[in-house]
Design a protein. Structure first.
Length: 630
């Protein structure tokens, strides 16, 4: 390895090494491996922009200071020259570094079968790769010598320190931390631009290179907008003919993370692609966002309630994103409160309120733990806590609660408020500006409330908290002065959110529509539903139908209306003989294009009069379901 200042590049690398901060646990793990007398392999892995090269440089500097001789290989595509191998064999404590291992099983096989057997037995090889070590490498003869170091985005204090050594502090640094989400490459670019976001093209080039060039434009656009892209979205929104194959191919990309049933694009790469699409094709981006919102709404209403988080991800209003969502901020995870964390919650409640309030909170924690949600960061530290419940699952003593008692009486007095969720405590520890803690708490509590798609939310709003007031205004919350809470002279307002007939899922879709400048969906009449069904069978266009927005191409309009009617039919009909018959008649007459309606009575073994009576009943039932789905 050349000495400091040998070239401009080496000088810049030395400067970056001097400004390296954080990753202390990772550096200790690498140092321990380098000091082991038997040698070994350190496999640093993580997505582009996560700081692998910076960590490798810092680790090599530590190794040199401790007396090791460092050898750097540009990549794993060419074996080291014989002369370099001879130098390694005579060197004191050789450390061999590969900054870009490359991708694929063949590269890792070359590492295990060609390079490592030719290195001195006491040497340590440090590899940086976008991919984790393969199962074959870990299970082989070298497996016990491999130490893996997987990198995650930086914690906020580490990100703040990284910006500070580059001269960015204060409000600009805090904004950069929020935007950069802990990704070192983004933070470095932000510091260089005094906190301004970098150009989208620069982010795309740095993260993806040419890796996305083979991805179809419609798929790329969907990856830019959807938090999780699964097989059904690929088929319904992007029009992919074989979604199963597409998911496998996408999952093989280094900038894509696999999830059960789908994939997720690198979050900053998603931002870059969205920015590029909005500049080059704003109408296309707008239409795709609308189609995606419709599909997520349909599926969430049909039973996949967790998709409301993905639906909320399409909302751009910062006030709403602060208070509801959870898709952002992969460093956070919602779960249950641990017994050893109860004193931390007690401390926070006592600091904000008083002992009487804590007595109530403690009872919920101990006697109704299913109403409690905790958010932890990736290190396991408690970042937030809330207590939320619903009318269907109230404990017997809930009416005695000094906070919720009057709210429960108010909700129970109106039978139509049976699907109400009530928030008692919401606490975000530390910085509460926009760290996604509140959004994740609220989203998780709603999903765990025991109500599939709640319409009404009761919650406290601090009139001095600008973010809480902005969220209440954005979602149309109504102040109920008679249910306010006063504690130690401080007034806390009770606000009621009515999400409308479509519940929480419907409001999320309507907020997306509003940002797109579109009117909310209308409830169709039975005649309009029948007309749509007949148009599907007759391959006719439906201009002005409330079942699909205007301005769609004919085939896209048919596809969207068919999907909406089919999902509604799945939810509308049960398993009784009568309901199965109604569904069969509806499919035969309209939804199943392979069937001949004129042959329906014979196929279903009913008279023509019975067939058409059941068809009328089925259409009416489908209309009622569509109204509920809004």
């Amino acid at each position: 390895m050349r000495g400091p200042g040998t070239s401009l590049r080496d000088g810049l690398e030395d400067l970056e090494t001097e400004r390296f901060v954080g990753r202390e646990a990772e550096l200790r793990a690498i140092s321990a491996a380098c000091e082991a007398p038997s040698g070994g392999i350190v496999f640093i892995h993580g997505p582009a922009g996560i700081g692998k090269s910076a960590l490798l440089r810092a680790a090599l500097a530590d190794s040199q200071r401790s007396g090791s001789t460092v050898f750097r290989l540009a990549n794993a595509r060419e074996p080291p020259a014989d002369g370099l191998l001879r130098e390694m064999h005579v060197a004191h404590r050789p450390v061999v570094a590969i900054d870009d291992l490359g991708r694929g099983a063949l590269v890792q096989a070359w590492l295990a079968e060609t390079l490592l057997p030719n290195l001195p037995s006491r040497s340590v090889t440090i590899v940086a790769s976008r991919q984790a070590p393969s199962d074959a490498l870990l299970a082989g003869t070298l497996g016990s010598a491999v130490r893996t170091v997987g990198l995650e985005p930086l914690a906020e204090d580490e990100a703040r320190a990284l910006l500070a050594v580059r001269g960015l502090t204060g409000a600009s640094a805090e904004a950069a931390i929020e935007w950069g989400q802990g990704w070192p490459f983004a933070l470095v670019l932000l510091a260089a631009a005094n906190g301004s976001p970098p150009p989208a093209s620069q982010v795309r080039a740095r993260l993806a290179g040419e890796e996305l060039n083979a991805v179809a434009p419609e798929v790329l656009a969907l990856l830019a907008l959807a938090r999780i892209v699964d097989r059904r979205l690929l088929g319904s929104v992007a029009g992919v003919r074989d979604p199963e194959v597409e998911v496998r191919e996408l999952a093989a990309l280094s900038v894509v993370e696999g999830h059960p049933g789908g994939v997720e694009l690198h979050p900053l790469l998603r931002w870059a692609l969205r920015e590029e699409m909005r500049r080059s094709s704003p109408n296309r981006e707008r239409e795709l966002r609308r189609r995606l919102a419709d599909q997520l709404h349909l599926r969430a209403r049909a039973g996949e309630s967790w998709l409301v988080v993905d639906l909320a991800e399409l909302i751009e209003d910062p006030a709403v994103r602060w208070g509801f969502g959870g898709g952002d901020g992969s460093e956070l995870q919602a779960g249950s409160l641990r017994p050893e964390e109860i004193p931390r919650v007690e401390q926070a409640v006592l600091a904000r309120w008083n002992a009487a309030w804590w007595a109530g909170t403690r009872r919920w924690i101990l006697e109704a733990p299913d109403s409690c949600v905790a958010v932890h960061d990736r290190d396991g530290a408690l970042r937030g806590f809330c207590v939320a419940t619903s009318l269907p699952r109230l404990p017997s003593w809930a009416a005695d609660d000094p906070i919720l008692g009057s709210w429960i009486a108010h909700a129970e007095a109106a039978s139509s408020l049976g699907d109400s969720v009530l928030w008692r405590d919401v606490l975000a520890f530390g910085d509460d500006r926009d760290n996604h803690v509140r959004a994740l708490l609220n989203a998780t509590a709603a999903l765990r409330s025991g109500v599939a798609n709640p319409r009404w939310f009761y919650g406290l709003v601090d009139p001095g908290h600008e973010r809480e007031l902005a969220l209440a205004a954005a979602v149309g919350a109504r102040h109920l002065p008679g249910l306010d809470v006063r504690i130690d002279g401080q007034l806390l307002e009770c606000h009621l959110i009515d999400h409308g007939p479509g519940g929480l899922v419907g409001l999320a879709r309507d907020l997306v529509y509003g940002e797109l400048g579109m009117a909310p969906r209308r409830v169709p009449t039975e005649d309009q539903v029948r007309t749509a069904l007949q148009a599907l069978r007759g391959h006719r266009r439906l201009s002005g139908s409330p079942l699909a927005p205007d301005g769609l191409e004919a085939e896209e309009q048919r596809r969207e209306i068919r999907a909406r009617l089919s999902l509604a039919a799945d939810a509308a009909f049960g398993s009784s003989a009568e309901e199965r018959l109604q569904r069969a008649v509806l499919d035969n007459a309209y939804l199943d294009e392979a069937e001949d309606p004129s042959d329906g009575p014979r196929l279903l073994n009913v008279s023509r009069a019975t067939y058409y009576r059941r068809l009328k009943s089925a259409t009416a039932r489908l209309t009622r379901q569509l109204a509920r789905d809004l």
